[in-house]
Write a protein that binds this ligand. Structure first.
Ligand SMILES: [Zn+2]
Length: 259
């Protein structure tokens, strides 16, 4: 009797352990988020990294076969199911600091790599620390595309719907006038957004909304909740590799203090 029970149990286990059909894994895309660059090692901070570090990160991507895709390519992969290169990454910058033009743009240009700058529309040419219209136009036609980071860097998630819509629309209109083309993508300042933000971004005609939530993104994600991966002053090739593989940083204290 015992043997019979054992036989039946074994049979059940064998039958229930059918090999699952191979699933096609959805491609996971890292979207890196940078802010400012400097050449002075005393001036790095959470939003400012050394140009030499940025250069070595971009060189690593290039020599290891990564393709820096555009927002349009990523959006097409979502909306038209267009297949992206196998090792695709998105490089993004927020705010529009002058160091993007002076220190990041030459590196990207030399490597023929593409990036996206999310510009605060009211900051265009406002101070010596922000980019002017001429610089933005030059970058925009040379692979460093300009998109929206709202009008005044509004904390969207804290505003009523109508104000969110105004902040998104005003920036879109202003940047479109400057660039002479449609501006379709929005990065939420400080990563602040809520369901009204998503409605407002959609109503204003933006096709993607980028957050500061950490992780990979994929063509199956909500287009208004695109994850990004923070890049800071403690990042080096080891942490870059980890982020390319896992879509997030190592435990923050290790990342910050030990590597
Ligand atoms: Zn910002």
């Amino acid at each position: 009797m015992k043997n019979k029970i054992a036989f039946v149990l074994t049979l059940i286990i064998i039958l229930s352990c059918k090999v699952a059909p191979a699933k096609t894994q959805t491609q996971q895309i890292p979207v890196f988020m940078y802010h400012m660059l400097t050449t002075d090692s005393h001036k790095t901070n959470n939003l400012t990294i050394l140009q030499s570090a940025f250069r070595s990160q971009m060189n690593y991507l290039k020599t290891n076969g990564y393709t820096t895709i555009t927002m349009d390519q990523f959006y097409d992969s979502m909306s038209k199911k267009i297949i992206l290169p196998a090792k695709s990454v998105l490089i993004t910058f927020d705010d529009g600091y002058i160091s993007n033009y002076k220190l990041a743009y030459p590196v990207l240009k030399a490597n023929k790599q593409k990036a996206t700058l999310f510009m605060i529309s009211h900051e265009v040419g406002r101070t010596s620390d922000s980019m002017n219209a001429k610089q933005l136009l030059e970058m925009d036609i040379n692979g460093f595309r300009v998109e929206s980071h709202t009008d005044w860097h509004e904390n969207l998630g804290s505003l009523p719907y109508a104000k969110q819509l105004n902040a998104i629309r005003a920036a879109k209109t202003s940047l479109e006038k400057l660039l002479g083309r449609k501006v379709m993508y929005l990065a939420y300042p400080c990563g602040s957004y809520n369901t009204n933000t998503i409605k407002a971004a959609h109503a204003a005609g933006c096709n993607l909304g980028l957050t500061t939530n950490e992780g990979f993104t994929s063509r199956l994600d909500n287009p208004y909740r695109i994850n990004r991966i923070y890049m800071g002053p403690s990042d080096n090739l080891k942490t870059l590799k980890h982020k390319l593989d896992y879509g997030k940083q190592l435990m923050w204290h290790i990342n910050t203090y030990l590597l």
